[in-house]
Ligand binder design. Structure first.
Ligand code: PGA
Length: 239
């Protein structure tokens, strides 16, 4: 699975053109490819993607029912607009808006309830990695998901070391393998889909995908360029 996270990028015309290019991209049936544009462009892009195999996702949503929540979108709205997934708990939202796995549980439940799947992000900071706590930090970010009786078998986890996001840095193959194995251990599911994210590019993709246990990638910056995104998909399919 290769998912593009466009973050707060693209003017409307650029977004539609990029979605069109992704829709026309070739990929194997066995590779699931998706894009998560800014919320305002989800609806027009759902029309661009009609008839294509590209999955559409929201970058975030909240778990509340409809009501007085200025500026928010809920899971039902995202699903209604054509999304089949929602990124939750991205480190940029954890850092800026204080989101935690505990505070995200209603959103996880709401996303699952709509039939969408969450792409749930976890990852350690540089200080946590340097102090040898990376595995514990990520395990702690996952454990609350297991405590509330949700059926999270359809959930996708994205392991994104915070220090690798947008920096051009990448975790080593061994660190990726160790972390992905830890994520599956904590989940208790050997078959869980665990993506890697953080500066995945056409240049780094081959290395990242050679790590055992990587189920694909969550791609930020490189997903804003259709050729680079296609090259990452191609690297996955060559592996
Ligand atoms: P990046 O972002 O590929 O630009 O590092 C990845 C992400 O934050 O999902």
């Amino acid at each position: 699975m290769i998912i593009g996270n466009w973050k707060m990028n693209t003017a409307r015309a650029d977004a539609l053109a990029l979605a069109e290019a992704v829709a026309n991209m070739r990929h194997q049936d066995s590779t699931r490819v998706g894009i998560c544009p800014p919320a305002l462009w989800i609806d027009p892009i759902s029309q661009v993607l009609e008839g294509s195999s590209i999955l559409l996702g929201a970058q975030d949503c909240i778990g509340d029912q409809f009501g007085a929540q200025t500026g928010c979108i809920n899971a039902a709205m995202a699903a209604d607009a054509g999304c089949s997934m929602a990124i939750l708990g991205h480190s940029e939202r954890r850092a800026r808006f204080g989101e935690t796995t505990e505070s995200l549980l209603p959103a996880v439940a709401a996303v699952l309830e709509t039939g969408m799947f969450p792409v749930f992000c976890v990852g350690e900071t540089q200080i946590e990695r340097e102090s040898g706590r990376a595995l514990d930090v990520v395990a702690e970010q996952i454990r609350p998901l297991l405590s509330v009786g949700l059926d999270i078998s359809g959930m996708v986890i994205a392991y994104e070391p915070v220090w690798a996001i947008g920096t051009g840095l990448s975790a080593t193959r061994l660190d990726i393998e160790e972390m992905h194995a830890t994520v599956r251990d904590v989940l208790g599911r050997a078959d869980a889909l665990v993506l890697y994210g953080g500066s995945v590019s056409p240049e780094s993709a081959e290395d990242v995908f050679s790590a055992e246990g990587v189920s694909g990638a969550l791609v930020g910056g490189a997903s804003l360029n259709a050729d680079k995104f296609a090259a990452i998909v191609a690297a996955w399919e060559r592996k």
